[in-house]
Write a new protein. Structure first.
Length: 701
């Protein structure tokens, strides 16, 4: 509504400007045409939005046509537990006032139950029944069930909304009686009542439904201070709903859970018996707690939607409001993860097909063309096999790599891409809800693999240990019961520095338990000219192969993708212990390597062109950094073809300046404080890059 008003005001303003200056000559004619085009644009936009809304309304109507009608809902018999306060009271009032059906309410306090019944009867005469129930006692639940049978005969919808918190929420501080009472009231009584009601539904052949409730706490397997006791009971509720829905599927009795992703304020302005409206005002209170009114659409959906749309599903309030179309076919966690991963993803600008030859793409890959040997191979008749095969390819590449790295070929496992490797490692070695520790900012492929596997990522910062030298802040690695993997890059994927075998590293290794997988990602190691690395305190670059022999629970990841920089040569491999290697190979059903990839990899492996190229890239980096130093431009030292640089204008402005010169910098979060990661190119292109950076400095000055 507000957006439409703003668009109308903007359109009127443009029309006024156009009208005022319409009599001007050449310049005015241009403005007139421009404003006319703008007015047409807003008309088109308005029609487009209208058409879009019509399509949404059409889809919604088609979907809601399958819902139970209001007349059908009037015939339902609903039982609501915990109806004297909180969500139970909100639901009881909503159902009674909206559908005017028979409703049975219950709660622990007899006087409160009677009071709520009298309130509901005002808008739903002779259709509201009640019985006070102490859910701590099985006999009280039996009496409730007897009363329900007597007054309503049967129940078609059961809503389990009873929820209490007793004593401390911290597990170590909660005494035994409080813990037992919470489990009995919040979970055990729900199970008992659901059994009684569903058995009666089955005997009466009632296609009823049971609706349970959990919250965002229920999906938090990671420990947190926000009611850790609820993690136990609410995850149990979700699992119970899932299992029971499968048992009752053939009976067409729907079992579902509504997961509340926000903190809803059901007690008007009171939280923990404190009137927040007096402290912060109603509007500020709404900032911290969502209005209970937001629950009405999802409640209506759970009560009226077709059987298959709700049974066995967790109906997430967040996904219901933001992704209703996909909610029925995609789980809440998947929708949530996709939103987290892709919503803020940086996508490198698309280069048009006709502009590819004249546009320079700045990435962390080798900027030079491939060798004459590769050209000859690609032109040969034996590039491709005639058929694809499901059988394992008889490879010799593992033998070549094993000799090159002085390991057994049984320690090498191939993957089609780096992401395939990371995903497999995370899936095999990190259980759901457990932790991966890595450096900040997180490598996007690792984040995606972790979120798909429902893992938590703990980040450790880099640290300025010397002038122009960044190291990993090893002392900040905090290991806990859920720590399952440490992922480090060498060279670091942000700074370009390799891990050094210094005292801090050795202390870190001593602290690292054997049951934690250590992944050393060396995707950029082929760029490193070890004779020209930056050396501090005589530290040597980490020998990852020796580390694998010393610490078997180490995985070293390497790739053909970056240094050789040939499209379709994305082949990746890991070096690890024979036991881990064997475990991974047993899970590989699809061919990880094919004839084309292997032959291309074998062609580049010992090509002298690439050996000389490594020297050339290392020299070019040092020359470029010396020019930065001469012009007083800050940077951090690196061992590879990219490094951190601090420019006078921010990265986005520099990227725009680059694009004006047909240079496209890959988009990423890569950076440290005010520094951002700059990959280098060929000497000619590096001169263009340096000119833009120096011009930026002069322009700022």
């Amino acid at each position: 509504m507000i957006l439409n008003i703003l668009l109308v005001i903007f359109a009127i303003l443009i029309f006024f400007i156009y009208y005022k200056y319409r009599k001007q000559r050449v310049q005015e004619n241009f403005a007139q045409n421009y404003y006319q085009d703008m007015l047409k644009y807003f008309d088109t936009l308005k029609m487009s939005n209208k058409t879009k809304q019509m399509e949404i309304d059409k889809k919604t109507k088609k979907k809601t046509d399958k819902y139970k009608s209001m007349n059908t809902m009037k015939k339902e018999k609903v039982l609501v537990t915990g109806a004297t306060s909180g969500i139970g009271y909100f639901i009881a009032k909503y159902i009674s006032n909206t559908y005017k059906c028979k409703i049975f309410i219950t709660g622990k306090d007899k006087e409160k139950v009677k009071k709520v019944q009298e309130e509901l009867l005002q808008n739903n005469p002779s259709n509201v029944f009640s019985f006070a129930t102490d859910f701590r006692k099985k006999k009280s639940i039996d009496k409730l069930f007897d009363s329900v049978k007597k007054q309503m005969k049967n129940v078609s919808i059961l809503i389990n909304a009873t929820n209490i918190t007793k004593g401390s929420s911290l597990l170590l501080d909660k005494n035994e009686s409080d813990m037992k009472e919470e489990l009995v009231v919040n979970f055990e009584s729900m199970v008992v009542l659901s059994q009684l009601i569903t058995k009666r539904m089955v005997s009466y052949k009632t296609n009823g439904r049971i609706i349970n409730f959990s919250s965002h706490k229920g999906k938090n397997i990671k420990y947190n201070m926000n009611h850790p006791d609820k993690i136990i009971t609410e995850s149990a509720i979700e699992n119970f709903s899932n299992v029971l829905s499968q048992e009752l599927y053939e009976n067409k009795i729907a079992i579902t859970t509504i997961r509340m992703d926000e903190e809803f304020n059901f007690n008007k302005n009171k939280r923990h018996h404190i009137d927040l409206s007096r402290l912060m005002g109603n509007s500020l209170n709404d900032v911290f707690y969502a209005s209970a009114k937001k629950l009405k659409p999802i409640l209506d959906h759970s009560l009226r939607a077709p059987f298959n749309d709700i049974t066995g599903k967790i109906l997430s309030t967040d996904n219901f409001n933001n992704n209703k179309e996909l909610m029925n076919i995609v789980s809440p966690n998947k929708l949530y993860n996709n939103d987290r991963v892709f919503k803020n993803a940086y996508i490198t600008k698309t280069i048009k097909r006709n502009d590819q030859d004249k546009t320079l793409l700045l990435t962390k890959q080798n900027p030079y063309p491939y060798s004459s040997k590769v050209t000859k191979f690609l032109k040969s008749d034996k590039v491709f096999n005639k058929f694809n095969t499901m059988g394992k390819y008889d490879s010799i590449l593992d033998t070549i790599l094993s000799k090159k790295n002085k390991v057994s070929k049984d320690q090498i496992v191939f993957f089609k891409t780096e992401f395939d490797a990371l995903k497999k490692i995370v899936e095999l070695f990190v259980s759901k809800g457990h932790d991966i520790l890595t450096t900040q900012p997180v490598y996007p492929f690792l984040e995606l693999a972790a979120l798909e596997n429902k893992n938590n990522i703990s980040l450790v910062t880099l640290k300025n240990t010397y002038n122009r030298f960044l190291d990993i802040n090893y002392s900040n690695f905090n290991f806990g019961a859920n720590s399952k993997m440490v992922y480090l890059t060498s060279p670091n994927n942000i700074s370009g520095l390799c891990i050094r075998e210094n005292t801090k590293w050795r202390l870190f290794l001593e602290k690292l338990e054997d049951n934690i997988i250590l992944v050393i990602d060396e995707r950029y190691m082929d760029f490193v000219k070890k004779e020209k690395v930056i050396s501090k305190e005589n530290d040597k670059i980490l020998d990852s192969i020796k580390l694998v022999k010393k610490r078997p629970n180490t995985i070293v990841l390497r790739s053909f993708n970056n240094f050789y920089s040939i499209e379709n040569l994305e082949l990746c491999y890991i070096i690890t212990s024979e036991e881990i290697s064997d475990l991974i190979k047993k899970t590989q059903v699809i061919n990880p390597i094919d004839h084309f990839s292997e032959q291309l990899a074998l062609t580049v492996l010992d090509d002298k062109y690439y050996i000389n190229l490594k020297e050339k890239i290392a020299k070019e980096r040092i020359d470029f950094q010396n020019k930065l130093k001469q012009n007083s431009i800050n940077y951090y030292d690196s061992d590879t073809n990219f490094f951190l640089i601090e420019t006078f204008n921010d990265k986005n402005e520099i990227m725009n300046d680059f694009e004006n010169e047909d240079i496209v910098l890959y988009s990423s979060y890569d950076g440290y404080n005010n520094y951002w990661t700059l990959p280098l190119s060929t000497p000619e292109n590096n001169k263009r890059i340096l000119d833009i950076i120096l011009y930026d400095k002069l322009d700022e000055g």
